[in-house]
Write a protein that binds this ligand. Structure first.
Ligand SMILES: [Fe+2]
Ligand SMILES: [Fe+2]
Length: 285
């Protein structure tokens, strides 16, 4: 077994925190600034989180023995798992809001669970599951970096707090599963396989979730002006241009290229300061 690469984030204590503000069921249906497509894109990503984060935990837990001689990493892995448990719980609370708005989530969630975690997961070797988790953690950190950098100005304040809390903790623990993977199997080939699997499942299930929610949204009565005060007429292509102006596709592409570099380590993009600042500013009283 090769020694892990030096990791300047190795000193970090990782622990779960409560979300700063509980959110309510009075959320506007298009809570991303009245923007339907953008809201549905984020909602559909939200649908993937709880089951996905439980998969991350299972993938890492299977290899805890590989970190037995590194008590700091072992403690970070425990902190990472505790954070992911809380993220899953909070995002499931958001599901209740979507259901109160009229969305039926059980059908998609059952299909997602069956395909992703009862068929694909058991068919993948445990090392590939860990490599997939490490790659997906890289992407959650990219989303987190974007969220903290922009402060999500369009988001409803209650959802903004949920997303920024999650974003900050994703950045805080972004090295942990990667460091475990380096201990278990540092081969470049496995890292690439994990990346391939991560991109495929993330895009595949995200598109499935989006199409499901968008179809349901079209059948729901339009939101009342009291519920959604912001007008949201959008020309075709508006969302793509909006996302491009915000730099999301560029960030994802550069994150993908980064991960392909043989000498990549998540700590090389030092964004811990923004995450720590947000978490300190939003400490529960
Ligand atoms: Fe998470
Ligand atoms: Fe994570």
């Amino acid at each position: 077994m090769n020694a892990p690469a030096p990791n300047p984030w190795h000193h970090l204590t990782i622990r779960p925190r409560k979300t700063p503000v509980p959110f309510s069921t009075s959320l506007p249906r298009y809570w991303m600034g009245g923007h339907r497509t953008l809201t549905l894109l984020v909602n559909s990503l939200n649908l993937l989180f709880p089951l996905g984060e439980r998969f991350f935990i299972r993938s890492a837990r299977a290899f805890l023995d590989a970190a037995q001689d590194d008590p700091v990493l072992l403690e970070q892995l425990r902190g990472f798992m505790a954070q992911e448990v809380r993220h899953g719980i909070e995002h499931e609370r958001f599901f209740q809001i979507l259901e109160a708005q009229g969305f039926r989530l059980a059908s998609f969630l059952d299909r997602y669970d069956d395909l992703a975690y009862k068929r694909i997961e058991p068919a993948a070797a445990p090392r590939l599951r860990l490599a997939t988790t490490a790659a997906l953690e890289h992407f959650t950190a990219i989303f987190g970096d974007f969220a903290l950098a922009t402060d999500l100005p369009e988001a409803h304040p209650e959802l903004r707090d949920l997303l920024l809390w999650h974003a900050a903790e994703e950045i805080e623990h972004k090295c942990v599963t990667y460091d475990l993977l380096l201990r278990v199997d540092p081969s470049y080939a496995l890292r690439l396989q994990g990346l391939g699997m991560a991109v495929t499942v993330l895009l595949g299930f995200w598109v499935m979730a989006y199409l499901d929610l968008a179809a349901q949204d079209r059948k729901l009565p339009p939101p009342s002006p009291a519920q959604d005060a912001t007008p949201h007429p959008r020309a075709p292509g508006h969302t793509a241009r909006h996302l491009w102006r915000q730099g999301i596709p560029q960030r994802l592409a550069s994150g993908l290229l980064d991960y392909l570099r043989p000498g990549f380590h998540p700590s090389q993009h030092d964004n811990l300061g923004a995450a720590t600042a947000w978490l300190q500013a939003h400490r529960p009283a």
